[in-house]
Ligand binder design. Sequence first.
Ligand SMILES: [Ca+2]
Ligand SMILES: [Ca+2]
Length: 108
Amino acid sequence: MDSSVLFRREGNSDVTTTLLLLWCHTSCTWWWIGLTDREEEGTWKWIDGALLTQRYWETKQPDNGIGDTMWGEEDCAHIRTQKKTKNNWNDLSCDASLHWICEKMAQC
Ligand SMILES: [Ca+2]
Ligand SMILES: [Ca+2]
């Protein structure tokens, strides 16, 4: 598995983000969420292959790096937890080194 990991894709994104914010210190603000458009530009899929249905992109995102070579191709999505809105997703180069979030089945 690469640095992209699965973020809960439906319904409970707000809960997940809230839990992350409660747990996280101020130094960790950008997190991979396991969402990519590597296969087809503009078609966003979770790493389990599911198509994205609920979106929380920031204004003007995803922008695929706006064609600027400085940013390169932006095919992986992350959240910025310092944002005060749930619309805190941005696309970024998959080569960037960020923290990551993974999904795990609860065991009782
Ligand atoms: Ca892209
Ligand atoms: Ca972007």
